[in-house]
Design a protein around this ligand. Sequence first.
Ligand SMILES: [Zn+2]
Length: 276
Amino acid sequence: MDGSQFFLLAELKIEIAIIKQFENLIYSEIEIMTFSKYHPCPICAKPSPHWERYPRAVCQACYSKACDLHGRKLSFYNVSFSGGFKAVFADNQEEYQSHTCYIEGVECWADEARFGGIVIEVVNEIIKFYHLNKPYGFFSNFAPYAIYLKGKIWSTSEHYFQAQKFVDTPHEEEVRQAPTAREAAKIGRDRCRPLRKDWEVAKDNVMGEALYAKFTQHPDLTEKLLATGNAKLVEHTNNDRYWGDGGDGTGVNMLGRLLMETRERIRYDLSNKPRV
Ligand SMILES: [Zn+2]
């Protein structure tokens, strides 16, 4: 190998090293830009492309529903090729001077995305739960956490809730002794049994009572509930339009609301606890 060949080889090696570095750079950028993962859209729960940088991003369908507080549709643009953010009212293209928008009544924040385009994220996290064996399954009333109320032990909050439909009758005790939460629910929903007259008025309080007992009598649950911060809690199911969200977000979500109320109440208790 003469001198010139040596230099040629050295140059080639350096060049390859530079190309490799450049490749790494490109790949790492591409990795951020492309998505192999999906997360449930925080609004409609449908699978939505997941970017590490935008964990609360809404899906394309929800994105197109963004409007201002009064329901006026909004459109978003980059100011130029290099990015920037501009929002306008879709009806007259008049500028909308805010990043805050609403989708299905949920407060969101629209902004320019790192690699161009616009991304909309929900402001507060939304936690959806339903199934016992899925994340946040402990919010379910079927979760195996016994509670102590009215001088008795109830295997689950579901047992207590269902039994109160027949308060002060032998049916109440029958529900309490049901072997599973499912069984307790079945007995409770049996309309051949005498439902208490004020049930419609009383049911929210009964549920609130059961939840407060559940989340204060189990320290691990107290911790898990408080760890949800200010997230909106939603029981997400097609099967229930009162306790749940009805599957499309139009349900009352009373269970989610009462859980948030319980969280508030526990926070209040803790902040007023005398220090030892
Ligand atoms: Zn969506």
